[in-house]
Ligand binder design. Sequence first.
Ligand code: 5GP
Length: 119
Amino acid sequence: MKEEPENTTIFGKILRGEIPAEVVHEDIHCLAFKDIQPVAPQHILIIPKRHIPRLSEATEEQRTILGHLLFVAAKIARDLGLDREGFRVVVNDGERACQSVFHLHLHLLGGRDFSWPPG
Ligand code: 5GP
């Protein structure tokens, strides 16, 4: 298998245990932890363990992991009781969408009302 370049993003450091995170879920494919600057009472980030820089760069062979991330987001939402009133899952792709960490992540947001369209 082709060796990947080192993941120098902050999430790469979290995955390698170089910086701490409040982990709420881990399995062989992904890690989920609390966002350091929450924008909702519940703000969880779900990231793949393999480095996918952004959603638009995901490859055909990574389509299963994309579904897994969404499945895990729903499971965590249920575990936190967010499914009773509703929650939001967001992926920012690229600078125009305010992606700041170039390691794919789902934002799971809950515990307050949200408006639409998003800002
Ligand atoms: P983005 O703007 O790329 O969609 O989201 C990146 C998210 O990562 C932001 O919500 C930001 O607060 C979060 N974040 C950045 N650095 C850290 C960190 O060191 N630890 C944790 N837990 N979250 C971080």
